[in-house]
Write a protein that binds this ligand. Structure first.
Ligand code: FES
Length: 201
């Protein structure tokens, strides 16, 4: 069998190439009630209790590297949730989450295992707006994205498509300007708003 060459992780201004093989962090998990298997993940294990109100520790699936079977599992999940493909990107791999608690008790390892995975497609833009987006944008209004890391939960923003100079974090959808590092809002500010210099507007 011909050896598959592994490509280095893309630079901040490049995207993962469909068809190429990469080293990708994975967790072994019985996701959505299916037998445990290796799921590619993006970003650190975290909770979203503050602002989003989701207290279970979880990872997010890196949809770029799922297998065809895993993609079918996730598509069925989206259909079930009835809110479209964007749910895929917000889908947590957690122990007690209502869509994930069918399998035997298991918490993914704190440090995922690196596996060889083929990039199947690029991350589509995360266009759905969840109930958490406005409070999340309010909270991160004055934050800055530096070194390609989202300041919310530390998700790596390398290898993602950039549109009009803006990159969208695939975990919870915050958008960041690549040139300034500043937040690019997509919801209206709440009425009473703290300016970044601490003054009330
Ligand atoms: S990690 Fe939450 S929006 Fe980036």
């Amino acid at each position: 069998m011909r050896a598959q060459s592994i490509h280095p992780q893309p630079a901040p201004d490049q995207v993962f190439v469909v068809g190429h093989w990469y080293h990708v962090p994975c967790v072994f998990f019985p996701y959505l009630g299916y037998p445990a298997q290796w799921w590619p993940v993006i970003g650190p294990r975290h909770t979203d209790e503050r602002i989003i109100g989701f207290s279970d520790e979880h990872f997010h699936v890196d949809i770029r590297f799922v297998t065809k079977v895993q993609r079918r599992i996730m598509d069925a999940y989206c259909e079930h949730r009835r809110d479209g493909v964007h749910t895929v990107f917000a889908s947590p791999i957690a122990q007690r989450y209502q869509w994930s608690d069918f399998g035997p008790p298991h918490i993914p390892a704190e440090v995922p295992t690196i596996k060889r995975k083929q990039c199947k497609f690029v991350f589509p833009d995360y266009t759905a707006i969840g109930r958490w987006h406005q409070p999340l944008e309010d909270a991160y209004e004055c934050a800055k994205m530096t070194n390609g890391i989202c300041p919310h939960q530390g998700a790596p923003l390398y290898g993602l498509e950039v549109r009009d100079g803006v990159v969208t974090c695939p975990l919870h959808g915050l958008r960041w300007s690549l040139s300034t590092g500043e937040l690019v809002r997509r919801t209206l500010r709440t009425e009473v708003h703290q300016r970044c210099d601490g003054e009330l507007q």
